[in-house]
Design a protein around this ligand. Structure first.
Ligand code: GCW
Length: 840
């Protein structure tokens, strides 16, 4: 033990001397585990902390706990914990309850403590006042060590301590949608940390660091490959590679799991089919699972996506999801493995002309009749809403429709439909609402959190699953503030009764230190960000009005209509919304228990936030707020764009209070977001203005007095182009430079002399890097390269980007000229220029 301890200290010294700590702090690699030196006032609080560490036992997990304590205490206090001498001095003591009891029989564990829960207690240990971290399991001891370090980092009192924590649900996993090629489906932070070119990476350092992050928030399992699974993942030749990942996970108490394709017996096993009830198929799964456990004894289990979006499934053989799930679950059961069967099963070739068709019904229609038919080691993994990770959806009725079946909730940490880590959206605010939602079954309190934790119907298992999709990007998720979503997922899975403010603050302090201005500002930004995003994207439950058949990123209002995907909002000249009532609509409301059904069935009782999910109403319908639907659409989009602009100001107030590199990185992202929020605002408002024919009572929509359209400028080389769909460019048009050299667009400034901020709206595609130069009265005042990697190969709502030039002195008659130099497929496309009197 002493030997290992020394290696830990040596490692820290080396890191310190190379200045790597600083580098890591700035890149965000250590996320909320920075262990930055405490400032002197806070440091004083820990003067009396024991200076030695005793670890009872020797295992990979306990060693992690030990090294983490060493690293944390050293980083924050500068002190190196020495190996404690039992019975001779005060110490921090780490050990399972069995080990502690053997050494200190007087200590009695709180009776309520279960697996993975921990107890932090100031108590006598062999005659000395000590700080004991204990649990029934080694993993719980590790969680306790992280909890103690988190307290110190946040300046909390730890003397005396008597705190017991117990995770809400036994299974708290993250899923990764990584492909074996190294790409990640819906991943926005670089390539996979697990796979590269068809194999597991040779260097799994990042995978180990990820496991450490996960352990620090109590996550105990990780499925490492895409649910659209490549069958090769469980090919015999691949298993040793999986075993390597399990090895780096193990010391952090994280179980490895993989997603499997149901056709594996045919594709890999050379059978002529994969009918789950075929004896040869049953035999295949049995022997495959045995082989896996021979190499990975603590393997967690499988995730299955079947009969969904083109995946093979039991329906090909007339079998049910229960048939398929149980066959694999029975193979896993003797080893303690779990099978997650996803409820995300639906027909994506629905006939949109039939007003009774409704994708939202699918999960309940398929799985509710099977309640009670699944084995006890099967968990039905249910997305929080009945559609697909939209910015707002009602809670999936299936949570209330399974009483004799284990269920888990699937939340999405990666921001597929919520701004793809380019927009600040703190999702736990939404998750918390969902978890607290009460199904009111049999009049008793039936919140989602109790259903998915298995508490309500006393199920043997229950789960919280978050689709994380971290990547090789040093800060894991791309946007430095997006890490609050991963942290928040872990905290909610551990304790869904925590307030979002509590852990938003925790995360901010751990990430940025204890400056109260920083904590207050960032926490406030996080807590308002989901509503802000919803405001400028898709309000009233109409879902995110994004391009649903493509990127899922920018505005794409009609992309959801007139196709089989079933994400319809059915907006026409008269009104908008899906009638999902029993009485006149698709009958979806009937899938909820009576009290909830009655709420949503009634137009008057349905909350405004979900109105258009459940009802089709005219644009002139009055909301509870008193506003008409159409005016609400206009107002909320203007409000949302203003709130996004305000994030920039709030962040600017933190200059010199957060590290410089981080400050500029986040500032650039927030400025981009503020610009893109205007793209969203204008697309949606103009589309609804044209569709409804009802003007904005406040006169904003369609009137942009500060805007000069590019197509109205004097053009040399540039030509006007139509943008499709039209609402994604101002006036439906932009300009592009089809020549090989420079093109110019110019106009004369026709307003009173003064100081102006100039916004240039251009299109930044990912298939070229055009250069833009701005001249005022023949003097170049600005230049930039459109080199972002937005999800777009053409001008439109995904690529539209705003470049702001601050405090420009302009005189009446000045010529403003934009030079565009195209590159590759990107033709230096421009939309418009806006000039605002500067307020800075
Ligand atoms: O939201 C959709 C995504 C798909 C994803 C699917 C699913 C992994 O657009 O990319 O596939 O959901 O959850 O299975």
């Amino acid at each position: 033990m002493v030997h290992r301890l020394n290696i830990g200290i040596l490692g820290l010294l080396l890191l310190g001397s190379l200045g790597l700590e600083t580098v890591r702090a700035n890149t965000g690699q250590d996320a909320w585990l920075r262990y930055a030196p405490l400032e002197s006032g806070t440091l004083k609080k820990y003067d009396s902390m024991p200076a030695s560490l005793i670890v009872l036992g020797d295992s990979a997990v306990l060693r992690s706990a030990q090294e983490e304590m060493m690293r944390g205490v050293k980083g924050m206090t500068g002190k190196t914990l020495r190996a404690g001498k039992s019975g001779r001095e005060r110490a921090i003591v780490l050990g399972t309850y069995a080990a502690i009891r053997a050494a200190a029989p007087a200590l009695v564990l709180p009776s309520s403590l279960g697996p993975d829960g921990f107890w932090l207690v100031s108590a006598k240990f062999r005659g000395f006042d000590s700080l004991i971290i204990t649990s029934l399991t080694e993993r719980g001891v590790l969680y306790g060590a992280f909890a103690l370090l988190s307290k110190v980092a946040r300046g909390e009192n730890i003397d005396p301590l008597n705190e017991e924590q117990q995770p809400y649900a036994p299974i708290r996993w993250v899923d990764q949608w990584d492909n074996l090629s190294g790409t990640i489906e819906r991943g926005y932070a670089g390539p996979s940390i697990f796979f590269e070119k068809g194999s597991v990476r040779a260097d799994l350092t990042r995978a180990g660091e990820y496991a450490r992050l996960l352990a620090s928030i109590g996550i105990n399992g990780c499925t490492i490959n895409n649910v659209n699974a490549d069958p090769r993942i469980i090919d015999d030749s691949f298993l040793p590679q999986l075993a390597r990942v399990a090895d780096v996970f193990r010391s952090w108490g994280v179980q490895l799991a993989v997603s499997v394709d149901l056709s594996s017996p045919k594709v890999l096993g050379n059978l002529d089919g994969f009918d789950p009830l075929d004896l040869r198929v049953i035999e295949y799964w049995g022997s495959k699972v045995d082989k896996i456990y021979r190499q990975i004894p603590d393997f967690g289990g499988f995730v299955v996506k079947a009969d969904s979006e083109g995946r093979s499934g039991p329906s090909s053989y007339g079998r049910t999801p229960a048939d398929a799930a149980n066959v694999i679950a029975r193979a896993l059961n003797p080893h303690g493995g779990i099978l997650f069967y996803r409820a995300f099963v639906y027909d994506h070739h629905l006939d949109w002309r039939n007003p009774k068709n409704d994708r939202a019904r699918a999960a309940y229609d398929i799985f509710h009749p099977l309640d009670g038919k699944f084995d006890d080691n099967v968990i039905i993994q249910i997305k929080y809403g009945p559609i697909d990770f939209q910015a707002r959806e009602p809670v999936s009725p299936l949570f209330g429709g399974l009483e004799k079946t284990n269920q888990g909730i699937e939340l999405q940490i990666t921001q597929e439909y919520t701004g793809q880590q380019r927009h600040l959206v703190f999702l736990p605010t939404m998750w918390k609402e969902i978890l607290d939602f009460d199904f009111r079954i049999n009049d008793g309190g039936t919140p989602v959190k109790d259903l998915v934790a298995g508490k309500k119907f006393r199920r043997p298992a229950g789960a919280f699953v978050g689709v994380a999709n971290v990547g090789m990007n040093p800060n894991w998720l791309g946007h430095p503030l997006a890490l609050a979503n991963l942290y928040g997922f872990g905290r909610l899975a551990w304790d869904p009764n925590l307030s979002t403010k509590t852990f938003a603050e925790e995360w901010t302090r751990l990430t940025f230190g204890n400056d109260s201005v920083v904590t207050k500002t960032i926490t406030a930004m996080l807590l308002t960000s989901w509503r802000t995003y919803e405001n400028y994207t898709g309000p009233l439950g109409a879902q995110t009005l994004t391009d649903i058949t493509g990127s899922h990123y920018g505005p794409g209002i009609e992309s959801s209509e007139r196709n089989g995907w079933g994400q319809w909002h059915r907006a026409d000249h008269e009104g908008i919304g899906m009638d999902r009532t029993v009485e006149t609509g698709t009958g979806f409301t009937g899938q909820y228990p009576p009290a909830i059904r009655d709420l949503y069935e009634s137009l008057q009782a349905t909350p405004d936030d979900l109105l258009l999910f459940f009802h089709h109403v005219p644009y002139t319908y009055r909301l509870h707020s008193g506003n008409t639907v159409i005016q609400h659409i206009y107002d909320s989009h203007y409000e949302g764009a203003e709130q996004a602009a305000d994030f920039v100001l709030q962040w600017k107030s933190l200059e010199h209070r957060v590290p410089d590199g981080l400050y500029t990185d986040v500032l650039a992202r927030l400025e981009y977001q503020a610009g893109h929020a205007i793209v969203w605002r204008d697309a949606i408002c103009n589309w609804f203005l044209r569709t409804s024919g009802i003007p904005d009572a406040k006169g904003r929509v369609g009137n942009y007095p500060d805007r000069i359209e590019a197509e109205a400028m004097q053009l040399k080389g540039y030509t006007a182009m139509d943008v499709t769909p039209w609402e994604n460019a101002s006036g439906g048009k932009g300009i592009e430079c089809l020549k090989l050299s420079t093109c110019t667009a110019s106009f004369h400034f026709g307003r009173t002399a003064g100081i102006y901020d100039m916004d240039v709206q251009y299109f930044d595609q990912n298939n070229g890097e055009s250069t833009f130069r701005i001249f005022v009265a023949n003097r170049q005042i600005n230049e930039w390269v459109a080199s972002d990697r937005l999800p777009a190969t053409k001008p439109g709502g995904d690529s539209s980007t705003r470049h702001r030039i601050h405090r420009l002195a302009l005189r009446l008659g000045d010529e403003i000229r934009i030079e565009g130099i195209p590159d590759g497929e990107e033709r230096a496309p421009l939309d418009y220029v806006e000039l605002h009197e500067s307020t800075e």
